[in-house]
Design a protein around this ligand. Sequence first.
Ligand SMILES: [Fe+2]
Length: 154
Amino acid sequence: MNFKLDHVGIQTADFDNTVKWYKDFFECEEIWSRTIEQLPVPIQNRMPLSSKLVELCKNDLRFHIFDIVTEHVQQPKNALHMEHFCVEVETFEELIELRERWISLFKSGAYTFVRDDMPTEIIPSSAGMQGFYAHDPNGIELEAFYLPKQQPAS
Ligand SMILES: [Fe+2]
């Protein structure tokens, strides 16, 4: 069996801000948008705290962003949870550009962030891999990396 990641689901108390940021940071397009009433009842039943969701997409990267309409809490730091998601870019220049885009969007003042820490520096890792960590407006951690491709043997 092979698997391909289909989408990352993100629930947010700050829906419009989050959708705008994901569109701008990942250059996503909105593919579809639904209110909870437009979804099949079994799906409605598994999302009792939401009123709407959108699918955003950039190439193979897709996000399902949905709101939360009740009182909510931030996950405590010691909660077990999906800790981060990671995207790969094709060139080192793109990695630098993406990190600079993060900072530029943050400093623009056009978005609200629950955390105010900057992305990490670009961190070298094994096999020439380099990456940085940052967070989305909700404090969800994301990682971006570049891995040099093996040159084909000549
Ligand atoms: Fe990672």
